[in-house]
Design a binder for this molecule. Structure first.
Ligand SMILES: [Zn+2]
Length: 360
């Protein structure tokens, strides 16, 4: 296990996170997840808290919303804990580190959860029919074919690229990754109701925020944008107060609603749900998205993963290769990548900490 940078398994990431949290005297709460890891190991969502319990402001740093992306998110949380010095948490601020929001995906090296659900497409209003994504149906059999060999990969990929040629790459990105609620073995699937992590958040967000009146959420992601670059993405439109505050704090904050971001405008992201769950709290939230490899390489890994899991034998022959492909698409073991990523993380967290420390 390395001290800095990415580990090889969820379990290593988790143990390192817990040890570092303990070392700085954090309060740790462990919430067991009902599923198990690949080797039958326990899964949990762990929460480490530092600072005054009745602080007026809370900084919430989240890893593993998208499972496998937690290799980087966890490493950044560990990096933060490891470099924490006396007086680094200003008076009036509490810092909450949520480790492995989607622990199943992290442990199984998948972006999705135990239900093949993308957690950031699951936070739609389930009292209404989920959003329609009609064009997805036309691509579904191409994106996740029954067989994933050289021939089917080539033929289906060419047809998908032909769609991009005809309708434009942004349209393809929107149809494929915007979220769909009709194909449960497909990609970017949003589910049929609130999943485990969704229900957990609804139950616990009030405790995480406590009596604070100001909340900043930084949700750590990987897999979009240029290598090592960290883009801050807002779920809000440019004229929303949360967006404007974030913009003032961080400078370059991209609104996915306004089409400024590397991300497609998507339905059911969890940061948007926090606004609805905590209406009386001033919330400044962003996804911090770190680039790894190009978008097509990322999509190919997700397609391979979806075919593997729809086959019903996710530990079968060739499955290690698929997991290696997914991990390589969402995390880079090059120390230079982690240096770039952690420097950007420090900048973002430093600015948020300074702004939250300002007494209001
Ligand atoms: Zn993500």
């Amino acid at each position: 296990m390395t001290d800095r940078g990415l580990t090889s398994t969820y379990e290593q990431s988790r143990q390192r996170f817990l040890a570092a949290a303990q070392a700085v005297g954090a309060t740790i709460a462990t919430h067991p997840h009902p599923a198990a890891g690949m080797d039958g190991g326990a899964l949990a969502l762990d929460v480490a808290t530092l600072g005054e319990p009745d602080a007026r402001a809370v900084l919430l740093i989240v890893s593993g919303t998208h499972g496998v992306e937690g290799f980087t998110g966890s490493a950044l949380q560990h990096h933060w804990l490891d470099s924490l010095g006396p007086g680094d948490i200003p008076e009036g601020l509490r810092v909450v580190l949520l480790h492995a929001f989607n622990p199943y995906g992290f442990a199984w090296v998948r972006r999705v959860n135990e239900d093949n659900v993308d957690l950031n497409r699951n936070f739609v209003d389930w009292s209404q029919p989920p959003p329609a994504n009609e064009d997805y149906g036309g691509l579904a059999h191409l994106l996740v074919p029954d067989v994933w060999d050289d021939d089917t990969q080539q033929s289906t990929t060419l047809q998908i690229l032909a769609y991009a040629e005809e309708f434009g790459f942004p349209k393809l990105q929107e149809v494929v990754s915007g979220g769909q609620y009709t194909h449960q073995t497909g990609v970017f699937y949003g589910g049929t109701g609130p999943v485990w992590s969704h229900r957990w958040l609804v139950e616990h967000i009030g405790d995480l925020v406590g009596p604070a009146t100001r909340l900043c959420v930084v949700d750590l992601h990987t897999g979009l944008g240029p290598w090592g670059h960290g883009e801050l993405i807002s779920h809000e439109a440019g004229d929303a107060p949360g967006y404007q505050r974030g913009s003032a704090w961080w400078g370059d904050l991209r609104s996915m609603l306004d089409g400024e971001s590397v991300s497609a405008n998507l339905s059911g992201d969890w940061l948007g749900a926090v606004d609805r769950l905590m209406p009386d709290v001033e919330i400044t939230a962003a996804a911090l998205e770190f680039g790894t490899v190009d978008t097509v390489t990322v999509l190919q890994s997700l397609r391979a993963d979806a075919v593997l899991h729809s086959s019903g034998d996710p530990l079968g022959p060739g499955s290690e290769d698929v997991r290696a492909q997914v991990r390589a698409a969402f995390a880079d073991d090059d120390p230079a990548w982690f240096d770039a990523v952690s420097a950007r993380f420090d900048e973002v967290i430093g600015a948020a900490t300074a702004q939250l420390a300002v007494t209001k």
